[in-house]
Design a protein around this ligand. Structure first.
Ligand SMILES: [Zn+2]
Length: 134
């Protein structure tokens, strides 16, 4: 099978939409700068006892290093260290490139860069698609 044929091979989302009588009409890829992702992910801390999650910048615990809910010790998971995050981002980019390229040639495709917290990103997304939320 040639490269272009492989690229245009139906993806699971195409099959699912086809079964529902629809088709993929538009796709949006939200992109967050890697330095912002590193900041978000490397600041996560998890409680050893109850699993509650915090962020050293965006959602710090009341007492540094201790869980607000159970007073358990907070730790940084192995996959939240910067070098591991960087490796995960490289794998993600390599594995999603083909998928986003396929969508780009088979549907109307938009690639948007977003930054800020989840609420800010969500509001920007709604605004871009023409939905206003009060
Ligand atoms: Zn806890």
């Amino acid at each position: 099978m040639g490269f272009l044929a492989q690229l245009l091979r139906p993806m699971p989302c195409h099959k699912m939409l086809g079964k529902m009588g629809g088709s993929l009409e538009h796709a949006v890829s939200l992109s967050v700068p890697n330095d912002e992702l590193l900041k978000r992910l490397s600041g996560r801390r998890t409680c050893r006892d109850c699993g509650a999650m915090y962020h050293v910048i965006f959602d710090p615990p009341t007492n540094a290093g201790l869980c607000n809910k159970c007073n358990g010790e907070l730790y940084q998971r192995d996959d939240d260290y910067e070098d591991i995050i960087s490796s995960r981002l490289e794998v993600y980019e390599a594995q999603t490139l083909r998928c986003s390229t396929t969508i780009a040639v088979t549907a109307c495709f938009s690639r948007w860069t977003v930054s800020g917290g989840a609420t800010t990103c969500w509001r920007a997304f709604l605004s871009r698609v023409g939905i206003s939320k009060s």
